[in-house]
Design a protein around this ligand. Structure first.
Ligand SMILES: Nc1ncnc2c1ncn2[C@@H]1O[C@H](COP(=O)(O)OP(=O)(O)OP(=O)(O)O)[C@@H](O)[C@H]1O
Ligand SMILES: [Mg+2]
Length: 275
């Protein structure tokens, strides 16, 4: 694909992925991925099934070691750094499929994110998660495996937020959820982004949704991210429309299509609307 001009982020990136090659055994999936995420940016990574989106996030989170290239957090290489240490340095990872401990309670799943924090800090982080996702407060004693998909996704994001991340890696948060649940979830994420300036790297097959919330986007194809640019430009790129958006052009409201939430984070009623 022809590379588009990527606007410079104009400041030191929080995350820099430089010519990363990675895969599984003899299978190479990423073949020279380069991308940057600046402070308070929301970056979408689009790509078809099997393009390597999850592999990219696993490499950034330190679960998978690149064969070649560098990943830097705040300018420092992550090579040889264990995943739990990368969490401490500010990478929050919400994995594909949520990966909660199904037998553990919601409370325990959430608190696992903040094991090393002081008691006061843990409580402050817990209050933040419960104010973002009020419905989770009613589920704390339930085994996580008994929750609906939307509830599980809130708990998975909550667990990652308990690590107080400087950048949140989200792997397909909308997968398997009803449209109404997805829009509530993305309203909460939009609130975090606007009000707290959270930095996000969002992987989504739902390109329309991702481009609605993102500032910039990269398209992962054939193991590389050669097409990138502002979300509005990517949404209008004929190649992206043909491959990911279907016919027609999506309209972004003011560059980021999520409506502002005046009063604060939206709450969810548990057990309703397919949650
Ligand atoms: N543990 C593994 N061992 C071997 N191959 C794997 C493994 N995990 C993924 N792959 C392969 O790597 C390629 C990229 O997979 P990956 O899960 O990163 O894609 P993806 O873009 O996240 O796809 P999806 O949209 O379906 O989530 C695929 O061909 C997949 O079959
Ligand atoms: Mg995936």
């Amino acid at each position: 694909m022809i590379a588009s001009a990527t606007p410079s982020i104009g400041t030191s990136p929080i995350l820099a992925v430089e010519n990363v090659h990675a895969g599984y055994g003899d299978v190479t999936v990423l073949r020279g991925v380069t991308l940057e995420v600046g402070p308070e940016e929301v970056i979408a990574v689009l790509g078809a099934n099997g393009a390597g989106k999850t592999t990219l996030l696993r490499a950034i989170a330190g679960i998978l070691t690149p064969n070649q290239g560098e990943i830097r957090i705040f300018g420092e290489s992550t090579r040889g750094v264990a995943a739990h240490e990368l969490t401490r340095r500010g990478i929050g990872h919400v994995p594909s499929g949520r990966e909660l401990f199904p037998e553990l309670s919601v409370e325990d799943n959430i608190m696992l994110g903040a094991l090393s924090a002081s008691r006061d800090r843990r409580q402050a982080l817990r209050r933040r998660v419960l104010s973002l996702f009020p419905a989770v407060a009613d589920l704390l004693s339930r085994p996580a495996g008994r929750l609906s998909g939307g509830e599980q996704q809130m708990v998975a994001i909550g667990r990652a937020l308990m690590t107080d991340p400087r950048i949140l890696l989200l792997d397909e948060p909308s997968t398997g959820l009803a449209p109404k649940v997805v829009s509530m979830l993305f309203e909460s994420l939009g609130w975090l982004i606007r009000e707290e300036g959270l930095t996000v790297l969002l992987v989504e097959q739902n390109a329309k949704l991702a481009l609605t919330i993102a500032d910039r986007a990269y398209v992962l194809e054939q193991g590389r991210c050669d097409l990138s640019g502002r979300a509005a430009d990517i949404a209008g790129d004929p190649r992206v429309i043909a491959a990911y958006l279907g016919y027609g052009r999506i309209v972004l409201a003011g560059g980021a299509g999520i409506e502002p939430v005046a009063e604060g984070p939206p709450g969810f009623e548990p057990g309703t609307d397919g949650l």
